[in-house]
Design a protein around this ligand. Structure first.
Ligand code: FAD
Length: 489
């Protein structure tokens, strides 16, 4: 990554030099990347580094305003943008009949940089229990974890890259690297974040920084052309193969770009919609419907406590028993003189199932929208109850350790909209009685969790014969995103 961290801070004004209507839309390309978020921009950079000369990245949103929200706005305003997405002109939600899940803060931010301009930068490696076939083909696991042919692993390379980017370390130097709470040893939570010197503003890593010049403007590398305000409506499938894409430009015109390869990186729901339509056109699916949609299952509690026996403010984490497919995260926040807010959450993986789907309802629309439905397997319910036991035990041990009365944790139904992750917002916790923990659970499909539907290394629904794979979807996720709450590092 070129340049010093300070020189690369984006400004609210920074824009992509090659965005929007500035260049004519090409009629053909070697590779078309659909979506200019974390995955799409990172992939374009990697292809350019490997000498690709004809990459076209298509982004539905605009290419101006390329700063992370916590750099562009004070904490309270940035929090509001995250939790009141209807006030953000870039928010785009799929909606649909899946209530309570895949509604509300479900969707993404349509602008170049995508959700990398909103995220918290938590970068935890996937745990060993998660990395097994068929979800994770053995060769990808080897590349990721051990490296192949003497090359460093992807994790090592990315950790080095992000450490350089953040200016030296992946967590706030003000917090200890290890700490003990409730009788358990926690580690600092790794986050790819950095502060703007001399301010309380901060930003999380965005792949756009590799394209930023000293003035903050963003210019794609040689071999990559970026077109913003260009929405991909469908993959153009002919003879069972992807031959390009159909796009709608800012003025509403629909146009076609021929391409040798099409890569979908438009977020889980939109990439799945495009893949389902393409696979239906290719004859590999009877109708545009793909199952296997899975997200994180996250629950937690918040409690106000005396600060003196808690670790210093910061974010800490701990893996759990692999049977629970989860990890535990604790955040300690300042809560006024001598007081702290303890914010505890456990994040696990929903299992993919065929009742959790992205589908396009039959309609007269040439390019139908997607809707999502989700269902939980008995194993998921077991995990939900195991997570609750873990939280109860942890709270009981912590209260004992602090000499606090251990008011029991009380949970309501999973997905209760009255007790969702907005419970942890400051205006809610301020009115909470000291020492009394409030529990919450996060809805499935929220934009700060990365769901998935298509398996790595494959593109068809299980049990369906795969045509010669016409479309590819990269996985953007570097980590298990833990937080539904915008906490500064
Ligand atoms: C507040 C918040 C906090 C988060 N914290 C964390 C965290 O700490 N750790 C973590 O790992 N993850 C976190 N996440 C999730 C993380 O940001 C996402 O998983 C990641 O950015 C997804 O990258 P992506 O490229 O797949 O999707 P996106 O970044 O959403 O990019 C998709 C892009 O595709 C574009 N697009 C969509 N449809 C089309 C179309 N039809 N045609 C053309 N373009 C299209 C969109 O405009 C967008 O720019 C957080 C997210 C949020 C919002």
């Amino acid at each position: 990554m070129p340049g010093s961290p300070q020189a690369q801070h984006g400004t609210a004004r920074s824009r992509a030099a090659a965005s929007g209507p500035s260049g004519p839309l090409p009629r053909e390309a070697g590779t078309v990347i659909v979506g200019g978020g974390l995955a799409g921009v990172e992939l374009a950079t990697a292809l350019a580094e490997q000498g690709a000369e004809d990459v076209v990245l298509l982004e539905a949103g605009p290419g101006s305003d390329l700063a992370h929200i916590h750099l562009a706005h004070p904490q309270a305003a940035a929090t509001e943008i995250v939790f009141a997405p209807e006030r953000d002109p870039y928010f785009h939600g799929p909606g649909g009949p899946g209530a309570p899940h895949y509604t509300g803060i479900s969707g993404l931010r349509r602008r170049l940089g995508g959700r990398s301009l909103y995220w918290h930068g938590v970068v935890l490696p996937l745990e060993d229990w998660a990395l097994h076939p068929p979800g994770w083909p053995a060769e990808i696991v080897a590349e990721l974890t051990t490296g192949v042919g003497g090359a460093p692993s992807w994790y090592d390379r990315v950790t080095e890259q992000l450490t350089d980017w953040s200016g030296g370390g992946l967590w706030d130097p003000a917090q200890p690297a290890r700490t003990s709470i409730g009788g358990q040893e926690f580690r600092a939570l790794p986050r790819a974040c950095r502060r703007r010197p001399g301010t309380d503003r901060w930003e999380a890593y965005t792949a756009l920084d590799a394209w930023r010049g000293p003035d903050g403007d963003v210019t794609p590398p040689a071999g990559v052309r970026v077109h913003c305000d260009t929405e991909v409506l469908a993959v153009d499938v002919r003879g069972g193969r992807a031959r390009g894409v159909l796009v709608r430009l800012g003025d509403g015109d629909v146009s076609r770009i021929a391409a040798h390869t099409v890569v979908l990186s438009a977020g889980t729901v939109e990439s799945t919609r495009l893949a389902a339509l393409a696979l239906t056109d290719a004859g590999a699916l009877p109708s545009p419907r793909l199952g296997g949609l899975a997200d994180h299952i996250v629950q937690g509690f918040v409690v106000r406590l005396p600060a003196d026996r808690l670790p210093p403010p910061g974010s800490y984490h701990l893996p759990t028993d692999p049977v629970l497919r989860s990890y535990l995260r604790v955040d300690v926040h300042d809560d006024g003189p001598g007081r702290a807010l303890l914010d505890v959450r456990v994040t696990g993986e929903q299992l993919p199932n065929e009742g959790s789907v992205v589908e396009c309802e039959p309609s007269d629309e040439p390019f139908p929208r997607a809707s999502c439905r989700t269902g939980l397997l008995p194993e998921d319910h077991k995990m939900i109850s195991g997570q609750r036991d873990l939280l109860r035990d942890f709270w009981a041990a912590t209260a004992r350790e602090l000499g606090e009365p251990s008011a029991p944790l009380e949970f309501t139904g999973y997905g209760d909209t009255e007790r969702d992750n907005t419970r942890v917002l400051p205006d809610r916790t301020r009115s909470q009685s000291a020492g009394r923990p409030e529990t919450w659970s996060s809805l499935l499909g929220t934009e700060d969790h990365e769901g998935g539907s298509l398996r790595s290394g494959g593109c068809s629904t299980p049990g369906t014969p795969s045509p010669r794979c016409p479309v590819f979807t990269p996985r953007a996720r570097l980590s298990s995103p833990a937080s539904a709450r915008p906490t500064p590092p």
